[in-house]
Ligand binder design. Structure first.
Ligand code: GRF
Length: 208
């Protein structure tokens, strides 16, 4: 998209750990469930993130940008540079455990997505599944939303609902939510890429 409407949208994925949502996105791209797109790069802030090997196995370029005591701003500047160097159109946070700086948000305004394991606005922040169990809700789920300055508070793109069972533990509930996450994230990315393409077409027709 960055180099014209004909080219495929370039997705950059940020991870910190397991990377199962990254795999779901990569597989959805390669099977055409997310059409006209490619995973341009997977970036991790953790050198030992298990997701790095999974990306490499799929032939995806990986980059590690360690925090190494650097300020959030310096760290983010390096990540933004890596994303820009690969002409990334859309950034997907997939288990990326760091809040983004304003500079990062400005560099990709409206083009950063996150997946969260609850029905936002309920249970933002860490341990969303544990929060849901402790609160005693009967239904929870997962949410893909745009990332802004708020904690898990940006505009919602799509959600899936998961029932909470009486005998659920954090592990069993997280597992069932994760199954839905892997369906939801590709669906949400498809929706956003369609919107981005439509806005590019609109911009072009306004200019002509
Ligand atoms: C997922 O539950 C996601 O919703 C949350 O962090 C977890 C990441 O899992 N943001 P994975 O690394 O994608 O397997």
């Amino acid at each position: 998209m960055s180099s014209g409407l004909e080219s495929r949208a370039r997705i950059g994925i940020l991870i910190s750990g397991r990377g199962s949502n990254m795999v779901a996105l990569a597989d959805a791209v390669s099977t055409g469930r997310i059409p006209n797109a490619q995973i341009a790069v997977v970036i991790s802030d953790q050198v030992n993130a298990a997701g790095l090997a999974k990306a490499k196995t799929r032939g995806i370029e990986t980059v590690v940008v360690e925090r190494r005591g650097r300020s959030r701003e310096d760290h983010d500047r390096e990540i933004v540079a890596a994303l820009k160097a690969r002409r990334v159109d859309l950034v997907c946070l997939a288990g990326y455990m760091r809040v983004l700086s304003d500079e990062f948000l400005d560099a990709f305004r409206g083009r950063i997505l996150n997946i969260h394991p609850s029905l936002l606005p309920s249970f933002p922040g860490l341990d969303a599944q544990k929060q849901a169990l402790e609160h005693g809700v009967k239904w929870t789920g997962c949410t893909v939303h745009f990332v802004d300055e708020t904690l898990d508070g940006g505009p919602i793109i799509a959600q899936r609902v998961v029932p909470v069972r009486d005998d659920d533990t954090v592990e069993t509930l997280s597992e069932r939510i994760l199954v839905e996450e892997h369906q939801l994230y590709p669906e949400a990315v498809g929706i956003v890429l369609d919107q981005l393409r439509d806005s590019i077409i609109e911009d072009c027709s306004l200019q002509s």
